[in-house]
Design a protein. Sequence first.
Length: 464
Amino acid sequence: MQYKTIDLCAGIGGIRRGFEITERYKNVCSAEIDEFACKTYEHLFSENPRNDITSSDFKTLVKNTPYDVLLAGFPCQSFSSVGLRKGFEDKTKGTIFFEIKEIVKETHPKVVFLENVQNLVIHDKGQTFKTIIETLEIELDYHVIGVTRDKEGKISYKPSSFIRNSKYFGIPQNRPRVFIVAFSRMHFGNHLSCLPDKLPEKSDKTIFESVTDILDSDVGERYFLSSGYLKTLEDHIERQKTKGYGFGYRIVNAPGVEKPIASTLLATGGSGRERNLIYDEVNGRKHAGKNVKGKYSPVNSKNIRTMTPTEWGRLQGFIGYAFMKGKIDTFSFPEGIPNVQKYKQFGNSVTIPVIETMARFITEQMDTMFGEMDETSRRLQLMSGNEYLVCRKIYLNYGSSMRKETLNGLFDFVEQYSGREEIHTSDISNFFGVTSARGSQIVKQLCCCGCLKKSTGRGYVFLP
């Protein structure tokens, strides 16, 4: 069984790709507004993601697009420790969650998958995260993995249980992120009781063992720090030490470090690079003392450089893993994407092997619940969108009293005619091969259970 996804706040498609790798998911709709990210996304997936999830047009598009799983790495700058931490007060980014909520409310996906920065769980003393969890659990009626309810329905959870780190999923990067996985009670009902109470904490697959494994062999002089800039960083960290702070640059693979791990890659670029400096003796010797355009002093003689965009790509699983076809790596950026954007796009993305593990977990849980369902419930699970909502109403109202053949016939009719702007009694009579009188009876049944209503014309329309 293959599931359909929509990819919101898509960036360059890291979450989508993590699900696609499992070969159980097909993306049917995407939304991203950053133009540089859109160019890369379109280059990688041959699809135009230029949609704004706040627009009514896009929400209508999603409402008319059958899908199963909603994916969203909604903007994290509002909650990030390196940003202003405005959270929901940020009218341009912090409120995107509520736009996602409206889409979930209107379209009822089987699963919601959300990713954000670690700081989300402590922002505003935990109130921001509490709002998100309660919105999913109570208002939207989803079961969030890691959340429990007592007999009175009061929810409880441990915020730290939602955090997973890329370094435990086969990638040498210290990248703690929040993951929220929620299953629909409408779709799965009592079957949700068989779900685990926590998300996967690690993967047995090793993509790259240490930073040493992701380094380029031939690196140009542009990536090496100038001697003046390196001196500035050294002076800065000394001043910080005298004040009792530990802030400053970091050489992740300094001599003597066994199995080095990168610091978190950041969308802001600058500090993310300074916390991920590389000691590169082989290339450093070739470039030491060179005068390079754009640098105000010669290249340093201590062999210190920044990571390259390609190395960042490996640390997120884009390069050397997620786009491999056999032994050929098909990942690339489109022409004209500057390095500063490459760093930003990788830093703003997800670690794909972590997403893949979450996707396999979700698939396993849905497969298990599907296997426990009766035949009619299984058929309903194969539907999505308005078809599912209409057929579910029919099942809830007539499932116990109607013959299975009749019930399946109504399901067949809905699946065939759900895309029509208007339905007439003659459509039902012809479909079932019955008289006009019997067709009218069926129309009345569907109207009584809230599946049909009179249109502005002479026919009827489905009510999801």
